[in-house]
Design a protein around this ligand. Structure first.
Ligand code: CA
Ligand code: CA
Ligand code: CA
Length: 635
């Protein structure tokens, strides 16, 4: 056995832990791939040895089962230059760690752990994701080291092609690794819902929790058990996650998702077991150290560039204080400077989400806690503006507010070690898997989907595209309201091998790539500040559906105008055109003009008339129906 291990280890494609890519995060475009749903590159791992075959759906249609997507599927797309052609520069992948594979009870019924958020072993990679041979034909052993090596090779390949990798991490909960033994028989009674979920107890927990032991679901005691050596590197884990006392064991609160009274912090997340992150608990310091040791390993040894942090608002704030501080210290200032940590705070209120970018001792301590957050307020506002049945549109006022908030007091203005503040690193999106339906659901057209992507790509912050949106992946079952998980479709289906070529040939792909290219061509679109310029006014039908804003630096400005209406619209009120000002300073220099650099659809007829009054440049921009236009200007 040992000999076999040594031989296969030598055959690995050994790549030294990679230095993180040096470019600033606000010049990146994130592509979020739910690994199980991107592409099945290796059918051999679809039913890992010993797992229940019923958990896998070979048709790739049942949203609750494994679809077979894996690292090889991502590697093939990277190697084929798919992401480079699109222009995205960072891959956010769902948690790669070994999961519990099945839960009989979850939101909406039985489900599998295809998405990766149900950790069983924080220092192992899930067998569904890995192959037994590398892209170059070298062997990967069927061991923790072999699986981790495949992950490391994926990251190295991404780096080689200029892509950063963002690992999705969870500190709030683990999978259903234990059950509540309600009948005291010392065994899991699978069909007894109460053994999976107990009603929430605000005070005290349940004393009847027992570790699971169901191999075909990989339901077992949490790992790691103590110090581990992985890929030849010692990881000084302490085994705190192996103690039942580390978990709250308080059961599940039915309406915890919408709560903000503390209940959402301490309850189980459905059948997922809540880790007790209370700074007052005796294991607190060991718990923080455990997660620091684990994620330091992924940053330094595997080479991942950034961390997307799950379920942030379900964890005590003091935990994030300690975790971010100790992790930055552990990796050192140079590495910390290149590290992005952004959190999922599922809340449309910027004051709730933004809180996590501040330290609790603010303003005594001004340095950032989390670097930034996923911008749910932007997402909800963009949907309010652009996502309506029958190609209607809503008011852009909420969008204007979201953009103003991003520059307001809700987010920590202090520059991080990289010289950028939270606003500049806000992760903007209009869709993802966070309990939201895909933007393109039901009758939302490909054109509207592209308008939404343009909004994401041209706004200040880090744009994040959800896999498949570049080819207008359509969720015909998704609702416009009342979100579900139907949008987690498989993108490159195994039964449609031509799909990747079709995706690249699609009109959506071309326009999305064009907007990403604009970010390279016009520095104001990455480094520039943002100011809203015009919002559809109720006083006149002339400007219906218009939303306009500018991105600007000292020397140049980019003016972006959207028209969501089905009729031609013009920026400004009759006799009062839109002013091109950022505070007291004009966005357009004397004698300069607005230069149209891009429009979508390409056959659009955006025109502009510039007037000047009292030193203030003004623009009447005429916009084709349902279009966006981008202008550049010398200040
Ligand atoms: Ca597979
Ligand atoms: Ca029992
Ligand atoms: Ca919690």
């Amino acid at each position: 056995m040992l000999r076999h291990l040594l031989l296969t280890t030598v055959a690995f494609v050994t790549v030294a832990a990679q230095e993180p890519q040096a470019r600033p995060w606000n010049t990146d475009v994130i592509y979020f791939a739910l690994t199980d749903r991107f592409s099945d590159g290796d059918p051999a791992n679809n039913v890992p040895a010993g797992s229940d075959p019923a958990l896998y759906d070979a048709r790739q249609r049942d949203i609750a089962k494994y679809h077979g997507g894996d690292f090889r599927g991502l590697e093939k797309a990277i190697a084929a230059g798919y992401f480079e052609k699109l222009g995205v520069t960072a891959l956010w992948i769902t948690p790669p760690v070994r999961n519990v594979w099945y839960s009989l009870t979850d939101l909406g019924g039985p489900k599998t752990g295809y998405h990766g958020y149900w950790t069983q072993d924080f220092l192992d990679v899930d067998p569904h994701l890995v192959s037994r041979k590398s892209l170059n034909g070298a062997d990967y052993a069927d061991t923790r080291d072999g699986r981790m090596q495949h992950y490391k090779d994926l990251v190295a390949l991404a780096h080689k092609r200029g892509l950063k990798v963002i690992q999705d991490i969870v500190c709030n909960h683990v999978g259903p690794v234990f059950y509540y033994d309600v009948n005291g028989n010392g065994a899991l009674d699978r069909k007894e819902p109460m053994e999976w979920m107990q009603p929430f107890r605000k005070e005290g927990g349940y004393g009847n929790a027992q570790w699971m032991s169901v191999p075909e679901w990989n339901a077992a005691q949490t790992q790691p058990s103590g110090p581990q050596t992985v890929l030849g590197r010692e990881v000084k884990t302490n085994g705190v996650l192996q103690k039942l006392s580390t978990y709250g064991r308080r059961g599940m609160s039915g309406d915890s998702l919408g709560k903000s009274d503390g209940e959402e912090v301490t309850c189980d997340f459905f059948a997922l077991r809540d880790i007790d992150t209370d700074p007052k608990s005796p294991h607190f310091s060991a718990l923080v150290d455990e997660f620091v040791a684990i994620y330091r390993f992924y940053l330094e040894e595997v080479g991942v560039d950034g961390l997307r942090i799950d379920t942030v608002k379900h964890v005590h704030r003091g935990f994030w204080e300690a975790f971010t501080e100790r992790l930055r210290a552990a990796v050192g200032p140079e590495r910390a400077k290149r590290l992005l940590m952004f959190g999922e705070i599922y809340d449309g209120s910027p004051s709730v989400a933004g809180r996590y970018t501040f330290r609790e001792q603010w303003p005594k301590r001004t340095d950032p806690c989390l670097d930034s957050v996923l911008s749910f307020d932007f997402c909800f506002a963009a949907r309010q503006y652009l996502r309506h049945s029958a190609e209607g549109y809503g008011s852009p006022f909420t969008l204007e507010n979201a953009l103003k908030n991003a520059g307001g007091k809700s987010y920590n203005p202090t520059l991080g070690l990289d010289g950028l503040n939270a606003r500049q690193k806000m992760v903007n999106f209009v869709e993802n898997h966070d309990g939201l339906n895909r933007f393109r659901a039901l009758k939302i057209s490909e054109r509207t989907n592209t308008l939404a992507n343009a909004l994401v790509l041209l706004t200040e912050g880090i744009p994040c595209l959800y896999y498949g949106t570049e080819a207008a992946l359509h969720d015909e079952d998704g609702k416009l309201m009342g979100d579900s998980e139907t949008g987690r479709l498989t993108f490159l289906r195994a039964d449609e091998p031509e799909r990747i070529a079709a995706a690249q040939a699609s009109a959506s792909f071309a326009s999305t790539a064009r907007f990403i290219q604009l970010r390279r061509d016009l520095p104001a679109l990455t480094m520039g500040e943002m100011v809203p310029l015009w919002v559809d006014s109720g006083d006149t039908p002339k400007d219906d559906g218009i939303f306009a804003f500018a991105r600007y630096t000292e020397k140049e400005a980019v003016i972006v105008v959207f028209n969501a209406a089905k009729a031609t619209s013009i920026t400004g009120l009759p006799g009062a055109p839109m002013q091109l000002m950022a505070g007291a300073r004009p966005l357009l220099g004397k004698g300069s003009d607005l230069k149209l650099v891009a429009q979508f659809p390409a056959e659009g007829k955006a025109t502009n008339v510039i007037t000047r009054k009292g030193g203030k440049p003004m623009a009447e921009i005429t916009m084709s129906p349902r279009s966006v236009a981008v202008f550049s200007a010398i200040r």
